[in-house]
Design a protein. Sequence first.
Length: 177
Amino acid sequence: MGLNEIQPGRECQLATNGPELKESVIDLLQSLIKWSSKQMAIYSSFINIYCLAIRYKEILHSLFLFFLAGLCEIGGGYLIWLLLREDYGWIFGAFGGLVLFLYGVVPTFQKSYFHRIYAAYGGIFIVMALSWGFFFEGIIPDTFDILGTVVASIGIIIIFYCPRKPKDDKIGISSSA
């Protein structure tokens, strides 16, 4: 049987995440046992690439949501800052309040528990607040700002992106993917 052929009478579809993905990969691998080891190695490599692609897609999606939430919080807070500290018009405060409301909505799209999302977001906020100061206010971060950002980034990775036990299926990045 060629590498491009599917076993007769056998249809395999891989799930996209979670325990279903693990089961569908195991099912597919079991159906491939009859094939030669060379064919098995080639197909298992493709499956590993597929699983990694799903994991990276989940990571990029969660980072996008963190970034969007950060823009909403910092941008909305900055608009209210302009109203109260720089005597800008009330429209800045009203729009800032709306953007801050959106900040409360965006994290609900994350695939994790509330406490993990907000703990990891605290680190994202540190990175984004210092970036905001650099890009919008021209303030260059000092050594301690950068050191704090590195420590916060390590915290984000540990809290949100380290795989958990399989029974804990509602995490940012699933260990079964």
